[in-house]
Design a protein around this ligand. Structure first.
Ligand SMILES: [Zn+2]
Length: 282
């Protein structure tokens, strides 16, 4: 029998609501929301056991490294562009590095390491000359920069993971975290139920927004340097969700891209972007 999450992970409140959102890949799980701190989380975490990520279950049966890297390329390039100057000559660790797309770009600038649990990637990392380990216990080194792109929301105990990562950080080092934003305009302004029922899935145990992140990090005594809203998807993607109720609009209605600079700026001003970047340190 599943253990039901009946208290908020961050604030401990039991004043929870069922959001009514569905998951794209589970009929049993519900998405709950804490009425006190706004954290959203799945009704149970029991489906994620110790071996879940080792065996690559996150990717289902259609797993292909090249396709994965291709899909991640725009994000890997955006992250690299954002951090390029910052990482020059530094020791960098990418925690949950996936297929290593970001590390492959960063390796010519920084001394890069990765942590990735998925067993089937070992040969791929060897071939690409990447120092990727299965666990932090395999690494005896401190880093200037630790990156964590779309990983925090997968972890059952994100604060414990951050506390452990902080011990691998040099005194003046920085952890850069990227997470999906639960205040995404498609959810918070347009209330697009088709998107809500797509974006929630069994691997995202938590959905954070700026408020819940701030409360969580403050409570854990972790220093926040900044929280930066960024918008990955543009107007075409949003209009397609609202009109057709489906993903992929950014590939189908590219003529709307001309409006993206202003559209993305507005979403940033309202802090209703699809993504948040958080910098923390000791
Ligand atoms: Zn709460």
């Amino acid at each position: 029998m599943n253990k039901f999450n009946n208290k908020c992970y961050i604030c401990g409140s039991s004043d929870l609501s069922d959001t009514g959102y569905k998951l794209r890949d589970s009929k049993e799980l519900k998405v709950l929301k804490c009425n006190n701190c706004t954290l959203m989380f799945l009704s149970s975490f029991d489906h994620i056991d110790e071996s879940f990520y080792d065996s690559g279950k996150m990717h289902g049966t259609s797993f292909n490294i090249d396709k994965w890297l291709q899909n991640c390329k725009p994000d890997d390039e955006r992250r690299f562009k954002f951090l390029k100057k910052h990482i020059n000559g530094k020791a960098l660790l990418d925690f949950g590095c996936g297929a290593g797309g970001f590390l492959n770009l960063a390796k010519n600038y920084a001394d890069v390491y990765g942590i990735e649990r998925q067993d089937s990637l070992e040969n791929h990392f060897k071939k690409n000359n990447l120092k990727v380990f299965k666990s932090l216990n395999d690494i005896d080194k401190k880093f200037d920069i630790i990156t964590m792109f779309h990983v925090l929301e997968h972890l059952k105990d994100p604060v414990a993971a951050l506390q452990e990562l902080l011990t691998y950080l040099k005194d003046n080092g920085e952890i850069i975290i990227e997470v999906p934003n639960a205040d995404d305009a498609l959810l918070s302004i347009y209330k697009c139920s088709k998107f809500a029922n797509f974006t929630h899935w069994r691997c995202h145990l938590y959905a954070f927004n700026e408020k819940s992140l701030k409360i969580m990090l403050k409570k854990a005594g972790i220093k926040i340097n900044y929280i930066k809203p960024i918008q990955r998807y543009g107007l075409a993607n949003h209009l397609y969700w609202l009109i057709k109720g489906d993903k992929g609009g950014h590939l189908k209605w590219k003529f709307f891209n001309i409006f993206d600079p202003i559209y993305k700026t507005i979403l940033k001003l309202f802090r209703k972007t699809d993504t948040l970047i958080i910098s923390i340190s000791k």
